[in-house]
Design a protein around this ligand. Structure first.
Ligand code: GLV
Ligand code: MN
Ligand code: MN
Length: 415
């Protein structure tokens, strides 16, 4: 089989984007609305223009490149992913899907194809939640799942609100609602993503077509005690917030094991204040990310975690827990899975169906329009780490599937 997508052009986009990191030499760290993010968004906009797209930035900073349709009033097909990263992450998580969308536009241009319905390539903000917590923030703004008021509440590690960060980025938070797409205004959403797990590589397959994305919740626990002198406060008279927090944390992995059936739980971030080696901590916050394929299991695990936190209350400690994000398991469109399967067969790509253990913008977009998600292999199954890797030839095969599916769904014919 000879493919359509150009692996060298894909490589140039991915490698070019990877220069925009706050941690050169230590992976990709690209926080939403940072200077690196601005540079990456401008870089993407430049490639979109080269591909012949009409480019705009929406009210929350999503970069949108449009291929006009013969029938401009038809609801567009959206294709893309996110540009932000985890701390010290890899170059493919997010950008792979954006680049697949831009490469699709190049192919339309190179093959002289004009779609009947418009196609929009989207590069979204804040999927990971690295800066403001919660995750899937850009897609939730885009679908109207959250309103602009959330921009005032969410703060980064330095206490800067999302609204303040937007102003510094040149956006007006009061207008953030304008980014929301109305129900019925999007025909479909397609996302290519790296698998971030070992299955495709182990099986030697080109592609996974995702049928369901796991349910997930992100919680934040706050433990308050009393700061005091580390040398003079007897051990039985302390209200040590860190000791309380660690007591909770130590019980959590077992809760996920008890629920079983693929349930997982991670504490990935903890802050200890005031942070003096000779001061008993009075304030500890930590995050809990929990996931499971079945919604009942996600809900049961949340309840067990909340119970554990409530039980830790007392002995001079106060413990509270907030939900920052809840997304139920998301089945993706049967119709789009069927279309992807037919195109994969036509292209001669080896494929399988998969449940995604990672969250994706697709799970939010699925609330707005029929949505499809495909995976390409991840070397060694590693992701959210600098070692993340997918061969450009594999990315090109995935892009061929995105291109062929959009060509068919958009009614594209030579212009
Ligand atoms: C995104 O990478 C997530 O699954 O949290
Ligand atoms: Mn990720
Ligand atoms: Mn991602």
């Amino acid at each position: 089989m000879t493919g359509y997508a150009d692996p060298r052009r894909i490589e140039a986009m991915i490698e070019g984007l990877d220069r925009f990191t706050a941690t050169p030499g230590r992976g990709t760290t690209r926080l939403t609305y940072s200077a690196e993010y601005r540079a990456a968004a401008d870089f993407v906009a430049g490639w979109m223009r080269d591909a012949g797209l009409t480019v705009r930035q929406d009210a929350v900073g999503t970069i949108i490149g449009r291929i006009e349709g013969r029938n401009p009033d038809l609801a567009p097909i959206l294709v893309g992913s996110h540009l932000d990263s985890v701390p010290n992450g890899g170059r493919f998580d997010g950008p792979a899907g954006v680049v697949a969308g831009i490469e699709t536009a190049f192919l339309f241009r190179d093959l002289g194809l004009v779609p009947d319905r418009p196609v929009e390539v989207v590069a979204m903000i804040e999927e990971e939640g690295t800066r403001f917590g919660g995750g899937l923030f850009g897609s939730r703004l885009l679908t109207g799942a959250i309103g602009p008021e959330a921009l005032e509440d969410l703060r980064d590690g330095q206490g800067v609100s999302a609204a303040e960060a937007m102003r510094a980025y040149g956006l007006d938070p009061a207008r953030a609602g304008e980014a929301a797409r109305a129900p019925g205004s999007v025909h479909a959403f397609l996302e290519l993503h790296i698998e971030q797990g070992p299955v495709l590589e182990a099986e030697g397959r080109d592609i996974a077509i995702v049928e369901t994305i796991v349910g997930l919740a992100q919680l934040r626990v706050t433990v308050r005690g009393q700061a005091a002198h580390a040398g003079t406060t007897p051990m039985d008279q302390r209200r040590d917030a860190l000791v309380g927090a660690v007591g909770i944390l130590a019980q959590l992995p077992d809760l996920a094991r008890q629920v079983g059936r693929g349930a997982v739980l991670t504490v990935g971030r903890m802050e200890v204040l005031p942070g003096g080696a000779n001061v008993i901590p009075d304030l500890v916050t930590f995050t809990i990310d929990l996931r499971a394929p079945a919604e009942a299991d996600v809900l049961r695990l949340i309840e067990m975690v909340e119970g554990t936190v409530a039980h830790a209350q007392g002995n001079g400690l106060s413990c509270t827990i907030e939900r920052q994000l809840y997304a139920p398991p998301t089945p993706l469109s049967d119709q789009i899975q069927t279309a992807l399967l037919a195109q994969a067969e036509g292209l001669g790509l080896s494929h399988r169906v998969m449940v995604s253990g990672a969250g994706h913008d697709a799970m939010i977009l699925a609330g707005l329009a029929p949505t499809g998600l495909i995976f390409v292999p991840s070397r060694g199954g590693v992701s959210h780490a600098p070692e993340e890797w997918t061969d450009y030839a594999q990315l090109a095969r995935g892009t061929d599937l995105i291109f062929a599916t959009i060509r068919q769904m958009s009614g594209a014919v030579p212009g």
